[in-house]
Design a protein around this ligand. Structure first.
Ligand SMILES: *Cc1c(COP(=O)(O)O)cnc(C)c1O
Length: 449
């Protein structure tokens, strides 16, 4: 649970008033837990608008945005071409419950950029992983699923055991309401622990329908797949799955189309049996997808027997936003985000080192995170290590940055996200704020906030 009891000093702001009202009408005042600032304390900012690299809260503050809607806004906020395409699509009606060419074009764009041969569009990453799990079980006739502690695959019951992200922050082991029968078929292993994976497959190999992993773990902070004897963790996993007749699922909801044109970070040419996508491919709208080899995808209704459906799936406005975003996501966009990320990583490292704050920065391509781990920890390979973070130090760092107009993820367990719109002016503002925030983290380090 949170170790922070930062007093809320800003009861007189419009955000505070909005938050008070929000808490009356929705649990915790938010529609997704991490937004509530529980682990860093204080009052969430209510956002009125956004443009490029900036968020504008209801009090009129301009904030450099380093979460980018938790990934989707790769091009920055309110990109004129995306907004134009969306407005044009919306003017023709917003949902028909019948096929459109927009969704076919989006599917084709995803297939063009990734190893999947067919996709099905859905509305959220959770829906994608939920559907892939059912599909894998339906195809193999097996029940068990393997996942890693700290990897988050949405709030699907069976995958919510030892999840990262909001669940890590709130330290909910699984969640009340998830039955033992549901998680009885879920095997949770430490990330990057090959011996544990070998043992699980030796014991349950013929019962395992599929293994879920993030191409690079991004929901316990960023933890890239390790390499041992020249073999990447993802290849190791895929090979073991295939030796035992299980399907290898790469969940690319976060990494896909964000790290590069396709994602697939650390896949080293491995072709996953099934993949899930979301975030960037929706261009800021609710859209996600799952896909894989045509032969596997043909098991889905209406061709095959595995049922899956959605009233708003392939929504024409969301598909247009996603398609326009992907088409604008050129190599130049990724090169820009890579450069911005490298600069920020270096500046954060310098500021924290100067202030004497122990930390580890890890990256998977342009996606990176800052772990406030104890002195002497030089790498974070798994969730157990990520959980040694000094959350009080992070909370102090977070609030100092926020006071200086920089919106970081309100949790020590999240990646930092940049966009093509993060220009030197925006990055300079972040860099200028770092020394004071690092000093605040140093002052709070080891304390309980
Ligand atoms: C965000 C995320 C999900 C869940 O997606 P939602 O759209 O929030 O349901 C699933 N898997 C990964 C790896 C994610 O980062």
């Amino acid at each position: 649970m949170t170790t922070t009891s930062r007093p809320d000093t800003s009861t007189d702001t419009r955000s505070a008033a909005a938050f008070a009202r929000a808490q009356q009408v929705t649990p915790g005042g938010v529609n997704s837990p991490v937004r509530a600032f529980l682990s860093v304390g204080g009052t969430p900012r209510f956002i009125a608008s956004a443009k490029g690299p900036y968020l504008y809260d209801v009090d009129g503050n301009e904030l450099v945005d380093l979460i980018c809607s938790w990934g989707p806004m790769l091009l920055g906020h309110a990109h004129p071409e995306v907004i134009g395409a969306v407005a044009e699509a919306a003017s023709r009606g917003t949902s028909y419950g019948a096929p459109t060419t927009a969704e076919v074009e989006l599917a084709a764009e995803i297939i063009d950029r990734t190893p999947v041969e067919q996709v099905r569009l859905v509305n959220s990453g959770t829906e994608a992983t939920m559907s892939v799990l059912r599909l894998a079980r339906g195809i193999t006739g097996r029940d068990k699923v393997v996942k890693f502690a700290g990897c988050y695959h949405g709030h699907v019951d069976a995958l919510l055991a030892a999840a990262g992200s909001g669940v890590a922050t709130l330290a909910i082991p699984g969640s009340p309401g998830v039955t033992e029968a549901t998680t009885a078929d879920t095997i949770v292993l430490p990330y990057n622990d090959r011996a544990a994976v070998r043992e699980a497959f030796a014991t349950y190999g013929d019962q395992i329908a599929c293994l879920f992993t993030e191409a690079a773990a991004g929901n316990m902070g960023v933890v890239p797949p390790g390499v041992e004897d020249g073999v990447g963790f993802n290849r190791f996993l895929a090979d073991l799955c295939h030796q035992h007749g299980a399907l290898f699922v790469s969940d690319e909801v976060m990494t896909g189309f964000r790290i590069d044109r396709s994602g697939q970070y650390g896949l080293d040419g491995v072709v996953p049996d099934l993949m899930t996508f979301g975030k960037v491919m929706g261009g800021g709208f609710p859209a996600a997808a799952f896909g894989g080899r045509a032969e596997l995808m043909q098991s889905l209704a209406p061709v095959g027997g595995v049922y899956q459906a959605g009233t708003l799936s392939g929504n024409p406005v969301a598909s247009t936003a996603g398609l326009t975003t992907l088409r604008l996501a050129t190599d130049a966009v990724y090169a820009h985000v890579d450069r911005a990320s490298a600069r920020l990583q270096a500046e954060v490292a310098t500021a924290l080192a100067t202030a004497g704050v122990p930390h580890v920065i890890q990256a998977a391509g342009n996606l990176f995170s800052v772990f406030f781990v104890p002195e002497g920890v030089t790498a974070v390979p798994d969730y157990a290590t990520a959980a040694t973070q000094d959350t009080a130090a992070y909370a102090a760092f977070f609030h100092a940055m926020l006071d200086a107009g920089v919106y970081l993820p309100p949790s020590a367990y999240e990646g930092w996200f940049l966009s093509a719109a993060h220009d030197d002016a925006a990055l300079d503002r972040v860099v200028d704020a770092l020394p004071r925030a690092a000093a605040a983290a140093a002052a709070a380090a080891g304390g309980r906030g």
